[in-house]
Design a protein around this ligand. Structure first.
Ligand code: GRF
Length: 207
């Protein structure tokens, strides 16, 4: 039996491997989301090509054409999200800092995936920083987006071991593999709020 599907939009800036994981998951009739729009601030994002090839509606709203007017760019994004009918938004490698305008408009309905076990290593270069800090476990987090960067309530996490000889690239690849499993799990749980689908534990991989 198929589930009623919630329209969900994806925002991305680059390669879109997490978007691919969400799109693939949403192709399952029993997954509680359908992807109603894939939107990018970057006209050349490979993730947009991937979404087009998957037959999904796509849109690019280039931030550069708005100059320094971040608010105007976000108003255009918000309008496009509303037009798409999205009831929730997944940031998937969206590389723009959001202003309170967008975070308020989508409060409680916008998810992000971050490549660290938050609250450790918010921001950029997480894998380099994890190696420099000597942590033995690293991973990824899906969280709700709030005004503070990478600070919102945690919806799910997946951990990977840091192995001898790891480089940032090796560690990033190990984390990314977990991201692709975690994001669909976390979105499913967020949309259904079903304790049986809670990602914590299910996606946890501990050395
Ligand atoms: C991922 O590592 C994600 O955690 C971070 O940006 C990267 C995006 O990669 N927010 P992709 O575009 O999903 O492949």
């Amino acid at each position: 039996m198929s589930t009623a599907k919630t329209p969900v939009a994806i925002l991305l800036s680059g390669r879109g491997s997490n978007a691919t994981a969400l799109i693939t998951a949403a192709q399952d009739p029993d997954f509680p989301a359908r992807i109603c729009l894939v939107l990018s601030n970057n006209l050349d994002a490979p993730g947009l090509d991937m979404a087009r090839a998957a037959g999904l509606p796509t849109l690019a709203i280039d931030h550069r054409s708005f100059g320094k007017d971040r608010a105007a760019h976000e108003r255009a994004i918000h309008a496009a999200l509303e037009d798409s009918g999205a009831q929730a938004v997944c940031l998937a490698g969206y590389m723009r800092l959001l202003t309170p305008y967008l975070t308020t408009a989508w409060a409680g309905r916008m998810l992000n995936i971050h490549p660290s076990l938050l609250p450790s290593f918010p921001g950029l270069h997480t894998h380099e920083r994890a190696l420099a800090a000597g942590v033995r476990l690293h991973g990824c987090t899906v969280h709700l987006v709030t005004e503070g960067m990478d600070e919102g309530p945690i919806l799910g996490q997946a951990a990977v071991p840091v192995l001898p000889g790891d480089t940032p690239d090796l560690l990033a690849a190990r984390v990314l593999q977990q991201e692709h499993g975690l994001y669909p799990l976390a979105l499913r749980h967020f949309l259904t709020q079903n304790p049986a689908t809670a990602p914590n534990g299910a996606a946890l991989v501990v050395a």
